[in-house]
Design a protein around this ligand. Structure first.
Ligand code: GRF
Length: 209
């Protein structure tokens, strides 16, 4: 399937669990007209997520779904999916969403669920990637936007940005340096998808110049 990129702004549904700085970066890129998209819903698994409050303060539609309010993960994800569908979400954008998605939800948005991870994948999947990069002694790190599949942080890569790892770095200073690049990379990749510079066909990513 070729992902359509028509004249209409891409309709984004953002999922987050925390502070929401990537959500803000995407929202700001839209306002600055660097990205032809609309955030039609911001969903969190944590009603108290800072990012949810920030989204509300920006006038974005928000919803919180607590997993504990559902009988199981399937019911929880079904509720999220129904909500995203009801507002016409076309692309699901994970921005610090700290849960693994499972098959029914993944299959509802084939090739249309994105994530950002603060490492140069395939290095350092999972939790604390900056700590892992320091422990491995790497001198370069960065961030990756990739398609989400059932395997954690292992889907096809859409784009990366690199940063140096400095001798005095702590996990926090490295994370901060990477985050600056995340805020550039995520809107850039979404804009490339919107313009058709980047297309995805059955999981194959094609760059068009
Ligand atoms: C980012 O570092 C992102 O790469 C990772 O979780 C963090 C989320 O940060 N997946 P924020 O909530 O967007 O500020």
């Amino acid at each position: 399937m070729i992902i359509p990129h028509g004249d209409e702004p891409m309709k984004l549904g953002i999922l987050l669990s925390g502070r929401g700085s990537n959500m803000i970066a995407i929202a700001e890129a839209i306002v600055a007209q660097k990205l032809d998209a609309e955030i039609v819903m911001v969903v969190s698994d944590r009603p108290d997520a800072k990012g949810l409050a920030l989204a509300q303060s920006m006038g974005l539609p928000t919803a919180a779904f607590s997993p504990k309010d559902f009988t199981d993960k399937a019911a929880y994800e079904q509720a999220i999916q129904s909500h995203l569908d009801s507002v016409g979400v076309e692309w699901v954008v994970l921005a610090g969403y700290m849960r693994l998605l499972s098959e029914p939800l993944l299959q509802s948005y084939p090739d249309r669920i994105l994530n950002i991870h603060p490492s140069l994948l395939p290095h350092f999947k999972g939790l604390h990637p900056q700590r892992q990069a320091l422990a491995a002694g790497h001198t370069t790190s960065g961030c990756t936007v990739h398609l989400v599949t059932a395997d954690l942080d292992a889907g096809p890569i859409l784009g990366q940005r690199t940063v140096p790892v400095l001798p005095a770095d702590t996990e926090a200073t490295l994370a901060e340096r990477i985050l600056v690049e995340e805020h550039q990379l995520y809107p850039e990749i979404l804009a490339a998808l919107s313009s058709g510079q980047l297309t995805i066909q059955n999981g194959d990513v094609c760059h068009h110049n």
